[in-house]
Ligand binder design. Structure first.
Ligand code: HEC
Ligand code: HEC
Length: 192
């Protein structure tokens, strides 16, 4: 009797270990690891200069979305002159304020829950230069089709977080605050 039940459990476990289920298990592990009752989100931007300068072309990403060494690599005069194909140069005084603000509030210096996850996930390897390339972030978006992003005139790029995350400015990224423009029933499209 008991052995029969165990066999069923083993078969179920094997069936669950398809590659996407494996990715999900890894994601859940990260979720579990830092699921303390700390503040859940990412700390909102509090520096006006950062908000104004870094919110000019896209939404001002919270510093808690990347580790300090990423901000170090992104926020220097040379890097800003060729910032993702555009010139985002700043005068020296403004650059210092913005650099220091980003580094001081980076993911690896924050206790906000999502920042902790990003900090852990980026502990090793070269400094990531994009939030969208973080494994944690790309896993979260793996079910969204190109049609809903690049092919969607109201979104265009996964980099524009605030086009879908209606409370991104507040540092809130929970799935229940998402609205994909032109896809009001987006969660029905995902075969969860
Ligand atoms: C002149 C316009 C402009 C300004 C000003 C600007 N950026 Fe950008 N930024 C861009 C473009 C364009 C991209 C690439 C977007 C894409 O790939 O869709 C980008 C991408 C980024 C990314 C990567 C997003 C991703 O894909 O994960 C980060 C991080 C970033 N910017 C931070 C900053 C910060 C911090 C500042 C303030 C110093 C800043 N940007 C100012 C134009 C700008
Ligand atoms: C095309 C719309 C879209 C864009 C643009 C987008 N997201 Fe998302 N995001 C989603 C959807 C949809 C989900 C929920 C996925 C699911 O439930 O499987 C999500 C989930 C997340 C989650 C996990 C939420 C949770 O409840 O666990 C985080 C964190 C997140 N996004 C951050 C970002 C950041 C940071 C950016 C910008 C760099 C971004 N997203 C850009 C649509 C988007």
């Amino acid at each position: 009797m008991m052995q029969g039940k165990l066999k069923v459990v083993a078969l179920l476990a094997a069936a669950l270990l398809t590659s996407s289920a494996y990715a999900r298990a890894e994601e859940d592990f990260l979720d579990w690891l830092f699921n303390f009752d700390r503040q859940k989100n990412v700390k909102p931007v509090t520096d006006k200069q950062y908000q104004d300068e870094c919110g000019a072309c896209h939404f001002a990403y919270q510093p808690g979305l990347l580790p300090a060494r990423s901000w170090d690599a992104l926020l220097n005069a040379e890097a800003l002159r060729k910032h993702f194909g555009v010139n985002a140069e700043l005068d020296d005084d403004t650059l210092k304020v913005i650099h220091d603000y980003a580094v001081d509030n980076a993911a690896d210096k924050s206790w906000y829950k999502r920042s902790r996850k990003i900090a852990v996930a980026t502990e090793e390897g070269p400094a990531p230069l994009r939030i969208t390339e973080l494994r944690y972030i790309s896993l979260k978006h793996r079910k969204i089709s190109g049609e809903m992003i690049k092919g969607n005139k109201a979104v265009k790029s996964l980099s524009f977080c605030d086009r879908c995350h209606t409370q991104a400015e507040k540092g809130v990224y929970d799935a229940d605050t998402v609205n994909i423009p032109n896809y009001p029933n987006w969660d029905g499209w995902f075969n969860k």
